[in-house]
Write a protein that binds this ligand. Structure first.
Ligand SMILES: [Ca+2]
Ligand SMILES: [Ca+2]
Length: 133
């Protein structure tokens, strides 16, 4: 395990390189000797991965890499990775606009870059008539 300011990740054998959880078992050797792709980790995914690399969604048969939790994108499909009650995510930051989005890609917040872009992104149109960039 290794911890950076942004995520908890996988420490390579060089004791320096810290990989994002989603770089482990992604069929790319990201550590110098490929120790992030060994079958003792990557067979029977995700059961052989350390728990800090994964997040179990609301449906526990569905899992995501833990760095995809609270990234404002609906990776679980049911928004459980973005739910404050379930995943302890912080409220929308300053770069985000809170609303019920039209597209399920976003769960509770849309990027402010979508505000006043001429396209409805919130069900109440607040992105076009209330939100400012
Ligand atoms: Ca890899
Ligand atoms: Ca997510």
């Amino acid at each position: 395990m290794c911890v950076t300011s942004n995520f908890t990740g996988f420490l390579c054998n060089d004791r320096i390189t810290c990989l994002l959880p989603s770089q482990v078992c992604n069929s790319v050797s990201d550590c110098g000797n490929g120790e992030d792709e060994v079958s003792s980790l990557c067979s029977n995914l995700p059961n052989n991965l350390p728990g800090y690399l994964i997040f179990r969604c609301g449906n526990p048969r569905i899992w995501i890499y833990s760095n995809l939790k609270c990234n404002m994108i609906n990776n679980c499909g049911d928004c459980s990775d973005e739910s404050q009650s379930y995943a302890s995510c912080p409220a929308c930051g300053s770069q985000w606009w809170p609303c019920s989005p039209v597209l399920f890609q976003y769960c509770n917040c849309i990027p402010r870059s979508l505000c006043q872009n001429g396209v409805q992104d919130c069900s109440d149109w607040s992105d076009e008539y209330v939100c400012t960039k």
